[in-house]
Design a protein around this ligand. Sequence first.
Ligand code: NDP
Ligand code: MG
Length: 387
Amino acid sequence: MARKTITVLGATGSVGCSTLDLIGRNPDRFEVVALTANSDVKGLAAAAIATGARRAVIGDEAMRPALSEALAGTGIEAAAGCAAVIEAAAMGADLVMAAIVGTAGLRPAMAAIEAGSALALANKESLVSAGALMIRAAVARGVIILPVDSEHNAVFQCFDRERPENVSRVILTASGGPFRDWDHDAMRAVTPERAVQHPNWSMGAKISVDSATMMNKGLELIEARHLFGLPPDRYDILVHPQSVVHSLVEYRDGSVLAQLGAPDMRTPIAYALAWPDRIDTPCARLDLAALGRLDFEPPDAERFPALRVARAAMEEGGARPAILNAANEEAVAAFLAGRICFLDIVAIVERVLERYDPPAPSALDDVLAIDGEARLRARELMERQAA
Ligand code: NDP
Ligand code: MG
Protein backbone atom coordinates (compact mmCIF):
# COMPACT_ATOMS: atom_id res chain seq x y z
CA MET A 1 0.00 0.00 0.00
CA ALA A 2 1.38 3.44 -0.95
CA ARG A 3 2.06 5.65 2.02
CA LYS A 4 -0.11 8.73 2.53
CA THR A 5 2.03 11.87 2.12
CA ILE A 6 1.54 14.49 4.84
CA THR A 7 2.62 18.06 5.46
CA VAL A 8 2.28 19.45 8.98
CA LEU A 9 1.88 23.22 9.33
CA GLY A 10 2.60 24.27 12.92
CA ALA A 11 4.59 21.08 13.56
CA THR A 12 6.15 22.31 16.82
CA GLY A 13 2.87 23.16 18.57
CA SER A 14 0.57 21.09 20.72
CA VAL A 15 -1.49 19.68 17.81
CA GLY A 16 1.61 19.49 15.61
CA CYS A 17 3.52 17.37 18.15
CA SER A 18 0.56 15.04 18.67
CA THR A 19 0.31 14.65 14.90
CA LEU A 20 4.01 13.79 14.63
CA ASP A 21 3.66 11.33 17.51
CA LEU A 22 1.00 9.43 15.53
CA ILE A 23 2.97 9.62 12.28
CA GLY A 24 6.01 8.25 14.13
CA ARG A 25 3.97 5.27 15.35
CA ASN A 26 2.81 4.47 11.81
CA PRO A 27 5.89 4.72 9.56
CA ASP A 28 4.42 2.21 7.11
CA ARG A 29 1.35 4.38 6.54
CA PHE A 30 2.58 7.97 6.47
CA GLU A 31 5.40 9.83 4.78
CA VAL A 32 6.25 13.44 5.69
CA VAL A 33 6.61 15.95 2.89
CA ALA A 34 7.15 19.21 4.78
CA LEU A 35 7.07 20.53 8.34
CA THR A 36 6.71 24.19 9.32
CA ALA A 37 7.12 26.24 12.50
CA ASN A 38 7.39 29.93 13.30
CA SER A 39 10.51 30.37 15.45
CA ASP A 40 11.28 27.06 17.18
CA VAL A 41 14.26 26.05 15.03
CA LYS A 42 15.45 23.33 17.40
CA GLY A 43 12.05 21.66 17.61
CA LEU A 44 11.51 21.91 13.88
CA ALA A 45 14.92 20.53 12.93
CA ALA A 46 14.61 17.64 15.39
CA ALA A 47 11.14 16.78 14.06
CA ALA A 48 12.29 16.98 10.43
CA ILE A 49 15.22 14.66 11.12
CA ALA A 50 13.10 12.22 13.15
CA THR A 51 10.41 11.96 10.46
CA GLY A 52 12.70 12.10 7.42
CA ALA A 53 10.82 15.13 6.09
CA ARG A 54 11.72 16.36 2.64
CA ARG A 55 11.56 20.04 3.65
CA ALA A 56 11.54 22.11 6.86
CA VAL A 57 10.32 25.70 6.84
CA ILE A 58 10.66 28.34 9.53
CA GLY A 59 8.27 31.32 9.31
CA ASP A 60 10.63 33.82 10.90
CA GLU A 61 13.14 34.95 8.22
CA ALA A 62 15.74 35.79 10.86
CA MET A 63 15.95 32.10 11.78
CA ARG A 64 17.05 31.00 8.30
CA PRO A 65 20.78 30.63 9.14
CA ALA A 66 20.04 28.73 12.34
CA LEU A 67 17.77 26.30 10.48
CA SER A 68 20.28 25.77 7.67
CA GLU A 69 22.95 25.04 10.24
CA ALA A 70 20.73 22.64 12.19
CA LEU A 71 19.93 20.70 9.01
CA ALA A 72 23.38 20.78 7.42
CA GLY A 73 24.37 17.39 6.02
CA THR A 74 20.91 15.84 6.49
CA GLY A 75 19.69 16.32 2.91
CA ILE A 76 16.53 18.03 4.23
CA GLU A 77 15.73 21.27 2.36
CA ALA A 78 15.59 24.33 4.61
CA ALA A 79 13.50 27.42 3.82
CA ALA A 80 12.33 30.51 5.69
CA GLY A 81 9.70 33.25 5.57
CA CYS A 82 5.91 33.48 5.27
CA ALA A 83 5.98 32.83 1.51
CA ALA A 84 8.00 29.66 2.11
CA VAL A 85 5.40 28.43 4.62
CA ILE A 86 2.68 28.96 2.00
CA GLU A 87 4.82 27.19 -0.59
CA ALA A 88 5.27 24.22 1.75
CA ALA A 89 1.49 24.04 2.16
CA ALA A 90 1.12 23.96 -1.63
CA MET A 91 3.49 21.04 -2.31
CA GLY A 92 0.55 18.75 -3.06
CA ALA A 93 0.77 16.30 -0.15
CA ASP A 94 -2.18 13.89 0.08
CA LEU A 95 -3.08 15.56 3.39
CA VAL A 96 -2.08 18.84 5.01
CA MET A 97 -2.48 19.23 8.77
CA ALA A 98 -3.30 22.91 9.39
CA ALA A 99 -2.12 23.40 12.98
CA ILE A 100 -0.77 26.95 12.90
CA VAL A 101 -2.46 29.10 15.55
CA GLY A 102 -4.42 32.19 14.51
CA THR A 103 -5.07 34.03 11.26
CA ALA A 104 -1.40 33.39 10.37
CA GLY A 105 -2.64 29.96 9.25
CA LEU A 106 -5.18 31.28 6.76
CA ARG A 107 -3.08 31.70 3.60
CA PRO A 108 -1.24 28.39 4.11
CA ALA A 109 -4.54 26.52 4.66
CA MET A 110 -6.01 28.09 1.54
CA ALA A 111 -2.86 27.24 -0.44
CA ALA A 112 -3.23 23.59 0.60
CA ILE A 113 -6.84 23.52 -0.58
CA GLU A 114 -5.93 25.15 -3.89
CA ALA A 115 -3.17 22.57 -4.39
CA GLY A 116 -5.84 19.86 -4.05
CA SER A 117 -4.66 18.40 -0.72
CA ALA A 118 -7.17 17.10 1.79
CA LEU A 119 -7.13 19.49 4.74
CA ALA A 120 -7.04 18.28 8.35
CA LEU A 121 -8.12 21.51 10.01
CA ALA A 122 -7.14 22.36 13.58
CA ASN A 123 -6.62 26.07 12.84
CA LYS A 124 -10.20 27.15 13.58
CA GLU A 125 -9.33 30.86 13.32
CA SER A 126 -8.88 30.54 9.54
CA LEU A 127 -12.36 29.08 9.14
CA VAL A 128 -13.88 31.70 11.46
CA SER A 129 -12.34 34.55 9.45
CA ALA A 130 -12.72 33.22 5.95
CA GLY A 131 -15.06 30.24 6.24
CA ALA A 132 -17.24 31.03 3.25
CA LEU A 133 -14.21 31.49 0.98
CA MET A 134 -12.48 28.36 2.26
CA ILE A 135 -15.56 26.17 1.87
CA ARG A 136 -16.16 27.55 -1.61
CA ALA A 137 -12.54 26.83 -2.59
CA ALA A 138 -12.73 23.31 -1.15
CA VAL A 139 -15.94 22.53 -3.05
CA ALA A 140 -14.52 23.98 -6.28
CA ARG A 141 -11.34 21.90 -5.92
CA GLY A 142 -13.19 18.77 -4.70
CA VAL A 143 -11.13 18.79 -1.52
CA ILE A 144 -12.35 17.41 1.81
CA ILE A 145 -11.92 19.37 5.04
CA LEU A 146 -11.50 16.97 7.97
CA PRO A 147 -12.13 18.74 11.28
CA VAL A 148 -9.49 18.12 13.95
CA ASP A 149 -11.10 20.24 16.66
CA SER A 150 -12.47 17.52 18.95
CA GLU A 151 -16.09 18.76 18.89
CA HIS A 152 -16.23 19.12 15.12
CA ASN A 153 -14.45 15.85 14.64
CA ALA A 154 -17.15 14.27 16.83
CA VAL A 155 -19.93 15.91 14.81
CA PHE A 156 -18.24 14.85 11.56
CA GLN A 157 -18.26 11.24 12.79
CA CYS A 158 -22.00 11.40 13.63
CA PHE A 159 -23.35 13.68 10.89
CA ASP A 160 -25.13 12.16 7.88
CA ARG A 161 -23.51 14.23 5.14
CA GLU A 162 -25.54 12.42 2.46
CA ARG A 163 -28.83 13.45 4.06
CA PRO A 164 -28.19 16.68 6.00
CA GLU A 165 -31.92 17.51 5.87
CA ASN A 166 -32.48 14.81 8.50
CA VAL A 167 -30.27 16.58 11.05
CA SER A 168 -32.23 18.85 13.35
CA ARG A 169 -29.49 20.09 15.71
CA VAL A 170 -25.78 20.02 16.32
CA ILE A 171 -24.84 20.18 20.01
CA LEU A 172 -21.27 21.21 20.80
CA THR A 173 -20.08 20.24 24.25
CA ALA A 174 -17.89 22.59 26.28
CA SER A 175 -15.83 21.77 29.34
CA GLY A 176 -16.54 25.27 30.65
CA GLY A 177 -12.81 25.86 31.09
CA PRO A 178 -10.93 26.42 34.35
CA PHE A 179 -13.38 29.09 35.59
CA ARG A 180 -16.63 27.26 34.87
CA ASP A 181 -18.03 27.91 38.35
CA TRP A 182 -16.18 31.14 39.22
CA ASP A 183 -18.05 34.38 39.79
CA HIS A 184 -17.30 37.66 38.04
CA ASP A 185 -15.18 39.09 40.88
CA ALA A 186 -12.98 36.02 41.08
CA MET A 187 -12.44 36.13 37.31
CA ARG A 188 -11.34 39.76 37.48
CA ALA A 189 -8.08 38.77 39.22
CA VAL A 190 -7.18 35.84 36.95
CA THR A 191 -3.49 35.72 35.89
CA PRO A 192 -2.19 34.36 32.56
CA GLU A 193 -0.50 31.48 34.45
CA ARG A 194 -3.84 30.47 35.94
CA ALA A 195 -5.81 30.93 32.71
CA VAL A 196 -3.65 28.53 30.69
CA GLN A 197 -4.19 25.64 33.15
CA HIS A 198 -7.05 23.77 31.52
CA PRO A 199 -8.70 21.07 33.67
CA ASN A 200 -8.95 18.41 30.91
CA TRP A 201 -6.79 19.30 27.91
CA SER A 202 -3.15 20.26 27.46
CA MET A 203 -3.04 22.86 24.66
CA GLY A 204 -1.22 25.92 23.33
CA ALA A 205 -1.49 29.21 25.26
CA LYS A 206 -3.90 31.01 22.93
CA ILE A 207 -6.58 28.32 22.80
CA SER A 208 -6.20 27.76 26.55
CA VAL A 209 -7.09 31.41 27.20
CA ASP A 210 -9.95 31.12 24.68
CA SER A 211 -11.24 28.13 26.65
CA ALA A 212 -11.08 30.13 29.86
CA THR A 213 -13.14 33.03 28.41
CA MET A 214 -15.27 30.49 26.49
CA MET A 215 -14.50 32.47 23.31
CA ASN A 216 -13.18 29.12 22.12
CA LYS A 217 -16.73 27.76 22.13
CA GLY A 218 -17.90 30.92 20.37
CA LEU A 219 -15.29 30.43 17.64
CA GLU A 220 -16.37 26.79 17.45
CA LEU A 221 -20.00 27.78 16.81
CA ILE A 222 -18.85 29.74 13.75
CA GLU A 223 -16.50 26.91 12.75
CA ALA A 224 -19.40 24.43 12.94
CA ARG A 225 -21.65 26.68 10.89
CA HIS A 226 -19.17 26.61 8.01
CA LEU A 227 -18.35 22.92 8.29
CA PHE A 228 -21.88 21.57 8.56
CA GLY A 229 -23.99 24.20 6.80
CA LEU A 230 -27.10 24.18 9.04
CA PRO A 231 -28.77 27.55 9.78
CA PRO A 232 -27.35 29.45 12.81
CA ASP A 233 -30.24 28.58 15.14
CA ARG A 234 -29.49 24.84 14.87
CA TYR A 235 -26.29 24.95 16.92
CA ASP A 236 -26.42 24.58 20.68
CA ILE A 237 -23.78 24.55 23.37
CA LEU A 238 -23.91 22.14 26.29
CA VAL A 239 -21.50 22.41 29.21
CA HIS A 240 -20.04 19.00 30.08
CA PRO A 241 -17.16 19.32 32.55
CA GLN A 242 -15.64 15.85 31.99
CA SER A 243 -14.98 16.32 28.22
CA VAL A 244 -15.92 12.72 27.47
CA VAL A 245 -18.90 13.31 25.17
CA HIS A 246 -17.16 15.33 22.47
CA SER A 247 -20.36 16.52 20.75
CA LEU A 248 -23.77 15.31 19.58
CA VAL A 249 -25.99 15.33 16.49
CA GLU A 250 -29.77 15.23 16.86
CA TYR A 251 -31.95 13.85 14.04
CA ARG A 252 -35.56 14.66 13.09
CA ASP A 253 -36.82 11.39 14.59
CA GLY A 254 -35.39 12.26 18.02
CA SER A 255 -32.30 10.05 17.72
CA VAL A 256 -29.15 11.63 19.13
CA LEU A 257 -25.74 10.33 18.05
CA ALA A 258 -22.63 11.25 20.02
CA GLN A 259 -18.94 10.47 19.83
CA LEU A 260 -17.21 9.72 23.14
CA GLY A 261 -13.62 9.15 24.17
CA ALA A 262 -10.95 10.04 26.69
CA PRO A 263 -9.92 13.68 26.32
CA ASP A 264 -6.79 13.16 24.20
CA MET A 265 -6.37 15.12 20.95
CA ARG A 266 -4.62 12.15 19.39
CA THR A 267 -8.01 10.47 18.85
CA PRO A 268 -9.50 13.18 16.58
CA ILE A 269 -6.07 13.74 14.99
CA ALA A 270 -5.76 10.00 14.23
CA TYR A 271 -9.23 10.04 12.71
CA ALA A 272 -8.31 12.94 10.41
CA LEU A 273 -4.95 11.39 9.45
CA ALA A 274 -6.35 7.97 8.59
CA TRP A 275 -9.78 8.93 7.22
CA PRO A 276 -11.68 7.08 5.83
CA ASP A 277 -9.71 4.33 7.57
CA ARG A 278 -8.79 4.21 11.29
CA ILE A 279 -5.48 3.60 13.06
CA ASP A 280 -4.44 2.45 16.54
CA THR A 281 -3.63 5.13 19.10
CA PRO A 282 -2.06 4.88 22.56
CA CYS A 283 -4.92 6.98 23.99
CA ALA A 284 -6.47 5.79 27.26
CA ARG A 285 -9.62 3.70 26.68
CA LEU A 286 -12.87 5.10 27.97
CA ASP A 287 -14.01 3.35 31.16
CA LEU A 288 -17.53 4.60 31.81
CA ALA A 289 -18.04 2.30 34.79
CA ALA A 290 -14.97 3.80 36.47
CA LEU A 291 -16.16 7.31 35.65
CA GLY A 292 -19.59 6.50 37.08
CA ARG A 293 -21.29 9.69 35.92
CA LEU A 294 -21.29 12.35 33.26
CA ASP A 295 -22.55 15.85 34.06
CA PHE A 296 -24.24 18.40 31.84
CA GLU A 297 -25.46 21.95 32.38
CA PRO A 298 -26.58 24.89 30.24
CA PRO A 299 -23.95 27.50 29.33
CA ASP A 300 -23.99 30.79 31.28
CA ALA A 301 -23.77 33.66 28.79
CA GLU A 302 -24.03 36.11 31.70
CA ARG A 303 -20.66 35.11 33.19
CA PHE A 304 -19.22 34.20 29.78
CA PRO A 305 -20.29 37.03 27.45
CA ALA A 306 -18.03 35.66 24.70
CA LEU A 307 -20.81 33.16 23.94
CA ARG A 308 -23.32 35.93 23.27
CA VAL A 309 -20.86 38.07 21.28
CA ALA A 310 -19.73 35.16 19.09
CA ARG A 311 -23.26 33.91 18.46
CA ALA A 312 -24.28 37.38 17.30
CA ALA A 313 -21.26 37.46 14.96
CA MET A 314 -22.26 34.06 13.57
CA GLU A 315 -25.86 35.19 12.97
CA GLU A 316 -24.83 38.50 11.37
CA GLY A 317 -22.14 36.84 9.24
CA GLY A 318 -20.28 38.95 6.66
CA ALA A 319 -17.19 40.54 8.15
CA ARG A 320 -18.30 40.10 11.78
CA PRO A 321 -16.58 36.77 12.50
CA ALA A 322 -13.27 38.02 11.05
CA ILE A 323 -13.43 41.12 13.25
CA LEU A 324 -14.33 39.04 16.30
CA ASN A 325 -11.44 36.68 15.67
CA ALA A 326 -8.81 39.37 14.98
CA ALA A 327 -9.76 41.52 17.98
CA ASN A 328 -9.76 38.41 20.16
CA GLU A 329 -6.28 37.37 19.00
CA GLU A 330 -4.93 40.82 19.84
CA ALA A 331 -6.67 40.94 23.20
CA VAL A 332 -5.50 37.44 24.17
CA ALA A 333 -1.90 38.35 23.23
CA ALA A 334 -2.16 41.51 25.37
CA PHE A 335 -3.56 39.50 28.28
CA LEU A 336 -0.77 36.91 28.02
CA ALA A 337 1.75 39.80 27.99
CA GLY A 338 0.21 41.19 31.19
CA ARG A 339 -1.08 44.37 29.51
CA ILE A 340 -4.82 43.90 30.11
CA CYS A 341 -6.84 41.91 32.63
CA PHE A 342 -8.84 38.77 31.97
CA LEU A 343 -12.28 40.38 31.82
CA ASP A 344 -11.00 43.02 29.37
CA ILE A 345 -10.48 40.42 26.64
CA VAL A 346 -14.12 40.03 25.62
CA ALA A 347 -14.91 43.69 26.43
CA ILE A 348 -12.27 44.78 23.88
CA VAL A 349 -13.66 42.39 21.26
CA GLU A 350 -17.15 43.74 21.81
CA ARG A 351 -16.03 47.35 21.51
CA VAL A 352 -14.15 46.73 18.27
CA LEU A 353 -17.26 45.01 16.86
CA GLU A 354 -19.46 47.95 17.91
CA ARG A 355 -17.35 50.52 16.08
CA TYR A 356 -16.24 48.70 12.94
CA ASP A 357 -18.70 47.38 10.40
CA PRO A 358 -17.14 46.96 6.93
CA PRO A 359 -18.91 45.15 4.08
CA ALA A 360 -18.62 41.37 3.77
CA PRO A 361 -15.27 40.21 2.32
CA SER A 362 -15.38 38.70 -1.15
CA ALA A 363 -11.73 37.63 -1.41
CA LEU A 364 -8.92 36.57 0.89
CA ASP A 365 -7.26 39.98 0.62
CA ASP A 366 -10.48 41.59 1.94
CA VAL A 367 -10.45 39.24 4.92
CA LEU A 368 -6.82 40.07 5.67
CA ALA A 369 -7.51 43.82 5.36
CA ILE A 370 -10.45 43.53 7.78
CA ASP A 371 -8.32 41.41 10.09
CA GLY A 372 -5.54 44.04 10.05
CA GLU A 373 -7.89 46.95 10.70
CA ALA A 374 -9.65 45.12 13.56
CA ARG A 375 -6.26 44.39 15.17
CA LEU A 376 -5.22 48.02 14.85
CA ARG A 377 -8.45 49.18 16.49
CA ALA A 378 -8.10 46.63 19.29
CA ARG A 379 -4.53 47.80 19.97
CA GLU A 380 -5.60 51.47 19.95
CA LEU A 381 -8.39 50.76 22.42
CA MET A 382 -6.02 48.91 24.72
CA GLU A 383 -3.40 51.67 24.55
CA ARG A 384 -6.01 54.33 25.33
CA GLN A 385 -7.25 52.23 28.24
CA ALA A 386 -3.70 51.86 29.61
CA ALA A 387 -3.00 55.62 29.36
P1 NDP B 1 0.50 26.08 19.69
O1 NDP B 1 0.65 27.47 20.12
O2 NDP B 1 0.88 24.97 20.59
O3 NDP B 1 1.31 25.87 18.31
C1 NDP B 1 1.19 26.76 17.24
C2 NDP B 1 2.05 26.32 16.07
O4 NDP B 1 1.94 27.32 15.03
C3 NDP B 1 3.54 26.21 16.38
O5 NDP B 1 4.12 25.24 15.57
C4 NDP B 1 4.06 27.61 16.01
O6 NDP B 1 5.44 27.62 15.71
C5 NDP B 1 3.23 27.89 14.76
N1 NDP B 1 3.04 29.31 14.51
C6 NDP B 1 2.66 30.24 15.41
N2 NDP B 1 2.56 31.46 14.82
C7 NDP B 1 2.91 31.27 13.52
C8 NDP B 1 3.06 32.16 12.42
N3 NDP B 1 2.84 33.46 12.53
N4 NDP B 1 3.44 31.63 11.22
C9 NDP B 1 3.68 30.31 11.10
N5 NDP B 1 3.57 29.43 12.12
C10 NDP B 1 3.19 29.91 13.32
O7 NDP B 1 -1.02 25.93 19.23
P2 NDP B 1 -1.97 24.63 19.31
O8 NDP B 1 -1.28 23.45 18.75
O9 NDP B 1 -2.58 24.56 20.66
O10 NDP B 1 -3.15 25.09 18.34
C11 NDP B 1 -3.02 25.11 16.94
C12 NDP B 1 -4.40 25.34 16.34
O11 NDP B 1 -5.21 24.23 16.64
C13 NDP B 1 -5.12 26.57 16.90
O12 NDP B 1 -5.84 27.18 15.88
C14 NDP B 1 -6.06 25.98 17.94
O13 NDP B 1 -7.22 26.77 18.11
C15 NDP B 1 -6.40 24.64 17.31
N6 NDP B 1 -6.78 23.61 18.26
C16 NDP B 1 -5.88 23.19 19.21
C17 NDP B 1 -6.20 22.22 20.13
C18 NDP B 1 -5.21 21.72 21.13
O14 NDP B 1 -5.48 20.74 21.82
N7 NDP B 1 -4.06 22.33 21.28
C19 NDP B 1 -7.56 21.63 20.15
C20 NDP B 1 -8.41 22.11 19.10
C21 NDP B 1 -8.03 23.07 18.20
P3 NDP B 1 6.55 27.91 16.91
O15 NDP B 1 6.51 26.71 17.81
O16 NDP B 1 7.83 28.04 16.17
O17 NDP B 1 6.11 29.17 17.57
MG1 MG C 1 -12.51 22.25 20.55
